[in-house]
Design a protein around this ligand. Structure first.
Ligand code: SF4
Ligand code: SF4
Length: 91
């Protein structure tokens, strides 16, 4: 299991690669927030696909991500979770 996370100002977004199925809804919602258009190339979250004896996904966040939590609210598979200060060690 690989957990990627990013923290800013008492907020944290956590990605669990194993729960991801590559639907890319997170990227669509994130790009809509920034660009008012669905364009995965403009998202602050990346979902890279690897096919080596199965399909695996690797999630990461770019510098543009400000940990707003929109992607987590719309991930249908629970691969993204958003935490505020005091939760899950967020300071
Ligand atoms: S919305 Fe969730 S399951 Fe879909 S690609 Fe993003 S992290 Fe993976
Ligand atoms: S937390 Fe907000 S800015 Fe960061 S990847 Fe998710 S939707 Fe985009």
């Amino acid at each position: 299991m690989s957990l990627a996370y990013k923290s800013i100002n008492g907020r944290r977004i956590v990605a669990d690669d194993e729960k991801c199925n590559g639907c890319l809804i997170c990227q669509l919602r994130c790009s809509f927030r920034f660009e008012k258009a669905f364009n995965i190339a403009k998202a602050a979250i990346r979902v890279d696909r690897f096919t080596k004896g199965g399909t695996d996904y690797f999630i990461s966040f770019t510098d543009k991500c400000d940990v707003c939590g929109i992607c987590a609210r719309h991930c249908p598979y629970g691969a993204l979770t958003w935490h505020k200060k005091g939760e899950r060690g967020v300071v």
